[in-house]
Design a protein around this ligand. Sequence first.
Ligand code: CP
Length: 328
Amino acid sequence: MKLTPPPPLPAAAAPWNRKHLLGLEELSAEDIESILDTSESFAEISRRSRKKVPALQGRIVFNLFFESSTRTRTSFSLAAKRLSADTQDFAPSSSSLSKGESFIDTAKNIEAMGADVLVVRHPTPGTPHLLAKHVKCSIINAGDGAHEHPTQGLLDLMTIRRAKGRIAGLTVGLLGDISHSRVARSNIWGLLKLGANVILCGPPTLVPKAWEQIGCEVAHHLDDVLPRCDVVNVLRIQFERQQGGLFPSVAEYSHFYMMTQERLRSAKEDLLLLAPGPINRGVELTPEVADGSHSAILDQVTNGLAVRMAVLHLLCSRMEPQGQSAAS
Ligand code: CP
């Protein structure tokens, strides 16, 4: 059988020198654009008939998820496989954590098995940052409590840039539970750095005025701000992180903030509607809106794979000795 060489990877978009991806707050606009440009290259590879490239051959990527996940865990696994890395899921509930082994010792043991990258989701904010201080391998934050979810922020930016051709100058509304949302924080940092106008909209108990201090507009009446938005990102109410009592009832929340067909009539014709998922149909948006022509919800999921390939590739490429690029 004649073996054909694997398709070459496109050249890296810009020099990348970071070891970890912990949040978008610490990235520059150039860093973010570099990831988005590299993600476009990987999106192109995903459209080829042969989708697998040898970029991470010999690398080991561990998923450490201490919270449930459908999209993030699966797409990190698939991204690593498409880059030819070995992947391993760590299952906390059946691990020796239950015998008293510490989190740091657990991570050090996983690193001792040769892990190059740990992808970490944890309910406690700052957990990936703590790990980065104790292990030598790269850490990717896959969501730390209500703090950040950088790859979700990046895939949202990629989806907006693809649909609108730019980020700068757009008015982007983040709707709902801003206080408890790591997706909101990563979106806010990414959007502000790339020059978007950010409106945070929701009940006062979930959208504090303090956000104005970093350059966001804060609004409590969706119907007032919706006509100005080019993009609205509909965030889930994070019941699991709330103490309760932040609004009278889900029905009242939906009355004021659910995205409906009727509300869309006051929006721009080309409004782009995002939702990070999981979505709660009938709470934050109606089924017709979720599946309607404005919605890019499944495009976000597709773009997430390209973003996670790009992040894994960039972090691992910087580990290569000079002259041995992982892309070669
Ligand atoms: N958006 C997101 O992070 O989804 P999962 O919780 O399913 O990973």
